[in-house]
Design a binder for this molecule. Structure first.
Ligand SMILES: CC(C)(COP(=O)(O)OP(=O)(O)OC[C@H]1O[C@@H](n2cnc3c(N)ncnc32)[C@H](O)[C@@H]1OP(=O)(O)O)[C@@H](O)C(=O)NCCC(=O)NCCS
Length: 218
């Protein structure tokens, strides 16, 4: 994940001991007592990574609770993002003076079933996948990139973005993607200067797809 983001973004990836660490009280309150074991482990690893990223930025490792909409609540002056999938977890954080928004996502590199493909991919993206080099499950790369796009979009705009609200194009050689957000969504956004384009990077390695994107501060 580190290589997908600029150096002004601190990135932490979970190690083996990070999935069973202690939560801070404000974080524990968000998770609740009844969370399933895997959910608890994922949430813990995300918070450990988040606090490590804050430390790497030179900040104190304060709690990163979750809002009612599930978005992480970063300290004032910080933007960040968290992802987890089986066996992998990462968090990114940056000073909001450098970075306006950051998103990251990790998925298992595997086939996406036709029902999910229809939900996630626009017909033109489905056609693109057929033209891209074989050996990579491109639909899951697009899925991950779209989740990254949402994690960049949401903290700025605070509104829903459907999978079909972004048209993604991948550059398989450069490991980059470009998302054009549906103009209707951009126009409807109440946030000032909602992004019409979000560009990011991806890598497929070790059985995982990893994607990340930032919007630089204006
Ligand atoms: C929110 C969402 C993107 C999370 O992705 P995921 O693959 O399910 O799960 P990940 O492990 O990668 O990410 C989960 C983390 O995302 C973060 N997150 C949740 N909601 C968020 C939001 N609205 N904005 C930013 N980050 C959010 C949280 O930190 C969460 O981890 P936590 O609950 O342990 O704190 C996904 O569940 C979702 O709702 N997707 C539909 C919207 C979408 O992707 N649209 C595509 C637009 S092109």
């Amino acid at each position: 994940m580190r290589d997908l983001l600029p150096s002004t973004v601190a990135v932490a990836v979970a190690g083996p001991g990070d999935w069973a660490a202690e939560l801070l009280p404000a974080e524990q309150a968000c998770l609740g007592e009844r969370a399933a074991r895997t959910r608890r482990r994922d949430f813990i690893a995300g918070r450990v990574c988040a606090r490590r990223a804050l430390t790497d930025l030179g900040l104190s490792p304060t709690a990163v609770p979750a809002a009612a909409d599930r978005a992480p609540v970063w300290p004032v002056g910080v933007v960040g993002s968290i992802t987890h999938t089986a066996g992998y977890c990462a968090a990114a954080a940056a000073h909001s003076t450098d970075i306006r928004s950051v998103g990251l996502d990790a998925e298992q590199h595997r086939e996406v079933n036709p029902g999910v493909r229809r939900l996630v991919l626009l017909p033109e993206e489905e056609a693109d996948c057929a033209r891209l080099p074989s050996g990579t499950h491109w639909p899951v790369v697009l899925f991950s990139a779209k989740e990254t796009v949402y994690k960049v979009w949401y903290p700025i705009v605070r509104s829903w973005l459907d999978f079909h609200d972004a048209r993604l194009e991948l550059d398989p050689d450069g490991g980059t993607f470009t998302a054009r957000i549906a103009p209707a969504r951009v126009d409807a956004a109440t946030a000032e200067d909602a992004p019409a384009w979000i560009t990011g990077r991806f890598v497929v390695a070790d059985g995982l797809v990893r994607t990340a994107a930032v919007l630089a501060q204006r």
